[in-house]
Design a protein around this ligand. Sequence first.
Ligand code: FAD
Length: 440
Amino acid sequence: MKNKNLEKKKVFSFDKTYSSIISFAQPDKYKSLENISKDHRKIINAGSNLSYSPLGFCEDGISIDLKKFNRIIELDKENKTITVEAGITLIEFLNFTLKHDLWIPQLPGYPSITIGGAVASNSHGKSCGLHGAIRKSIKSILLFHKNHGLIKLSENENKDIFDLTIGGLGLTGSIINVTLNLIEIKSTRFITKIKKVNSIEECQKIISKKGDSYIYSWHRADTIKKFGEGFIFENSIDINNKGQFQKLSENNYSLRPFLFPLWNRYSIKLINKIYQYVNSNKKSVEIEDFLSVIFPFYGKEKYFNFFGQKGFLESQLLIDEIYLQDFINQFKTLLKIYKPIITLLSLKNMSGEHKFLRFEGNKVCLTFDYIKSRSSIRFMYEIDRLCIKYKIIPSIIKDSRLNKETFNKTYIYADEFKEKLYEFDKKRTYQSEVSNRLGL
Ligand SMILES: Cc1cc2nc3c(=O)[nH]c(=O)nc-3n(C[C@H](O)[C@H](O)[C@H](O)COP(=O)(O)OP(=O)(O)OC[C@H]3O[C@@H](n4cnc5c(N)ncnc54)[C@H](O)[C@@H]3O)c2cc1C
C-alpha cells in the first residue's frame, strides 16, 4: 500500500545545476494527499518544477506534485475575488479571468508556472515597481499540514502562518487553494515604447522616475566596451483598443536543452549585436499582445535550450538605488578580472517590504544570466561579497549556487522565519535541497 502512486524520476532544476532521482507522488484528492503525507517523514511540495534552483526536490523524502489540484472553485464578480486550487497554471487561470476582464498583475514570466508555485515563491511580474509581488493580491490560503491538518490562513486567521507561507518556499505545508483579489484589465493589448540608452546610469535615471509603469531594460554585458548599451521597454495597457478577448494559446514549446551548448562568447556577442540592430530600427511605439508582454520567454525557449545540457546560472539582485552606481563600477572591475560570459542583463523597479525569505523591497531589481563556467562561478562569489557590502538581497529562487553564509548575511529576517517555522512544526516536516543548503 505504502508505495502505491509513487514514481521515481530523474529531475533537474531549471538552470540544470542540480539533478537527482526523486520520488514523486501526485495526489488527485484531498484524502490521497493526506495519506501520502502520513506515510512520509520528509516532504516537499512541487508545482511545475520551473524554479531555477531546486526548491521542489527532497532527496530522501517525497516531492508532492500538486498539479492535479487545478480547479477554479469560485469567482465572486461583485467583490472581484477568485478561489483557485494551487496546481492551476497561470495560463489556465488567465484564460478564465480575462474573459471577465479581470486579472492579477503580479505574474511571473512563464505561463505553465502554477499559482501555488508563484505564491510559495512570492513571485513578481514585469510591473513589480508598481504592483509589488503576488503577496499584494492574496486574500486567503487553505493550507494542509501533515501534523495540523487543514488550516485557513489570512490577515485575520492564523496570520503568522499566512505570513510564513507567502514566499515560504513550500516549507509550511501544501497550499490547497488560494483566494486572490482581482483587478480590472481594460484590454489585453499593450503599447510598448522603446528607448535607446547608452549606460546603466542613464537607464537608472529614466526608470527611477517611472515607479508607476511597466518598465524594464535590456543591456549588453558581453563586452566591457559596450557594457550597459541597450533599451528601455515601457508597456502600458492599450485602453483605447480593447478588441475581443482571444483565448491565450497553449503551444507545445519545448524547454529541452540542446545536446551541446550554442551560447559562447562569440555567439552571444553576435546575437546581442543583431538584437541591438533590430530594436534600433523598430518603431519607437509598438502594439504587443498579452502573451509576449507578460510571458516574454514564451516562444523563445531556445534562449534557455541553447545553454545545452550543462545549463546556466542566473542571479537576481535587489539593490538600493543609492548603491547601484558603485555596485556597477565594481561589477565592471571584476568583469575585467574574471571574464565570465554574461548572456543577459536587465533592470526593473521593485516595490514592497522585504521580510522572511521574500525577494521584495523598494529597490532596483537586476538580473544577470551567465554561461556556466569556472570563471562565472568565481566571479559570482565575488559578487556575493558585494551583496553583503551593499546590503543587496540575492534571489533564492533564481540562484541555485547561493550559499548559507551569503544567505544569512543578506536575509536579515531569516532567523525570525526559522524560529516561527520551528514553533509551528517542531519536526520540520517540509524540506528541500534549498532549505537544507541554506540551513532552514
Ligand atoms: C522562464 C521563467 C520565467 C520566470 N519569470 C519569473 C518572474 O518574472 N518573476 C518571478 O518572481 N519568478 C519568475 N520565475 C520563477 C518562478 O516564478 C518560480 O520559480 C515559481 O515558483 C515556479 O512555479 P512552479 O509552479 O514551477 O513551482 P515549483 O518550481 O515546482 O516550486 C516552487 C516552490 O513552490 C513550492 N510550491 C509549489 N506548489 C506548492 C503548493 N501547492 N503548496 C506549497 N508549496 C508549493 C515548492 O515547494 C517550491 O518551494 C520564472 C521562471 C521561469 C522558468
